[in-house]
Design a binder for this molecule. Structure first.
Ligand code: HAM
Length: 433
């Protein structure tokens, strides 16, 4: 017996067969439609980038542990993109002279991270990125938050199913230095500890704090501050609030859109202000669905111009887990609306002619490629989800007629081949209601 290669995809990557792809594209198209309704325009870019664009500002975890790197034949060090933000910053920098800012851009790309595959985490995922560049106005943030709620509504989610939580690195720095009393040079280490806060037991966090030189009293104060949630806002000094975009949003109409949560930190070094994550409220899937934030200097990696960016990346794995948990997955679309079946091989060309007319009318129409018994073909058409079949029998066809059958009711009628399109349309349209 010959030894075959494995048919499994590489660990942490997925094949999408047509039925699953149909579900995915329906969901994605609803999302694209909402994003475009806000005036975001779609872009794309290469999956391979110079490795250094991630090493500069994405943060240790991505750069050291999760990057897929390779050296090309010319000795250049490249990486498979683990995220889109450095790439889009590069594109914005490269085209800054011709763009009319602010710009609203979105994309839908696959990203690779070398992670241990587990629920919600894979090695290749698909991310919808939505970002606005070139404005510091709080309106940018409010607009993105509003868009997020509209995107969630478009996939069937209601506000009780998820929550949008945000913090601001400016506020967190103020909380840590002015309320908890952490020295400025320890703020980063403490922030990354807060990023792990919900994932580790208290003893472990206290031990970590001790290691980075945080006293027990400071740790207690930190814990108290974090537990205060949005009540903490009232304690933040006015000069810190003044510098925070998020504070302005929380003080205005945006307060309906977003909840302040000092535990939101996010891993990337490039975020400079607001950071946010959308969480599933269902205890079964109590996890972050997607997130993003503001980055005022990332474009500065590539140019002298300061062009702030604000946006988010929505991953497919967490989104589809969410939709599944809440029973919101659409059904796959059938393979074809209509199957035109010749009852004998010599009627194939005639069937193809009828099919051509139906396709021209916009119906997804197939004709069996190989001759089989009529009964078998009807069974296959049913399995493919066809709602109508058109049967060509020799005597009917000799008189210029075909049989049109509704698969839903089983009713069938003999009509002239010329009016088959109308009859099919009548059945398909009436069943659509
Ligand atoms: P991120 O939080 O690393 O942010 O990724 C965004 C989303 O992509 C996550 O919330 C999750 O849905 C999904 N994701 C990330 N890694 C994986 C993985 N290994 N497996 C499955 N899903 C994953 C960013 O990437 C930022 N660049 C987003 C952004 C855009 N910030 C501003 N603009």
């Amino acid at each position: 017996m010959s030894q075959h290669l494995t048919t499994s995809p590489y660990r942490g990557t997925r094949d999408f067969l047509p039925a699953e792809m149909s579900v995915r594209t329906q969901v994605f198209h609803r999302l694209y439609e909402v994003i475009e309704r806000y005036g975001f325009v779609r872009y794309d870019g290469p999956i391979l980038e110079s490795a250094e664009i991630y090493e500069a500002k994405s943060g240790q975890e991505i750069a050291d542990l999760q990057l897929y790197t390779l050296t090309d034949r010319g000795g250049r060090r490249l990486a498979l993109r683990p995220e889109m933000t450095p790439s889009v910053a590069r594109m914005i920098a490269a085209n800054a002279n011709t763009l009319q800012f602010p710009v609203r851009w979105y994309c839908h790309v696959n990203c690779h991270r070398y992670e241990r595959p587990q629920r919600g985490r894979v090695r290749e995922h698909w991310q919808i990125n939505v970002d606005t560049f070139g404005s510091d106005s709080p309106n940018v943030e409010t607009e993105i938050f509003e868009l997020i709620h509209d995107m969630m509504a478009a996939v069937g989610a209601t506000r009780d199913m998820y929550v949008l939580r945000a913090s601001d690195r400016v506020l967190l720095d103020g909380i840590l230095t002015q309320i908890v009393g952490i020295p400025a040079d320890q703020v980063r280490a403490v922030s990354s500890m807060i990023d792990r806060w919900d994932k580790y037991p208290r003893e472990q966090l206290a031990e970590d704090a001790d290691k980075i030189g945080i006293s027990a009293a400071q740790f207690d104060r930190l814990e108290g501050a974090l537990q205060a949630g949005d009540k903490l806002l009232a304690e933040i000094p006015a000069d810190v609030l003044e510098r925070s975009q998020l504070a302005k949003i929380l003080d205005g109409p945006g307060r309906e859109l977003v909840t302040f949560d000092p535990l939101i930190v996010r891993g990337f070094d490039y975020y400079t202000s607001t950071v946010f994550e959308v969480f599933d409220r269902d205890p079964v899937n109590n996890r972050s669905l997607f997130g993003g934030g503001g980055y005022s200097d990332l474009v500065g990696l590539f140019s002298d111009r300061r062009i702030p960016g604000f946006g988010f990346g929505m991953g497919d794995v967490t989104l589809f887990d969410f939709l599944e948990t809440h029973g919101l997955l659409p059904k796959p679309l059938p393979e074809a609306d209509v199957v035109v079946i010749p009852s004998r091989p010599d009627l194939y060309n005639a069937a193809a002619t009828v099919a051509r007319v139906l396709r021209r009318d916009g119906w997804r129409t197939t004709v069996p490629l190989e001759p089989r018994k009529l009964g078998k073909e009807i069974g296959r058409a049913d399995k493919a989800g066809a709602r109508v079949i058109v049967i060509l029998g020799p005597s009917d066809w000799a008189e210029g007629n075909v049989v049109v059958r509704s698969m839903l009711t089983g009713d069938q009628q003999t009509v002239s081949a010329d009016s088959a399109g109308e009859t099919v349309a009548g059945i398909l349209r009436s069943e659509a209601h």
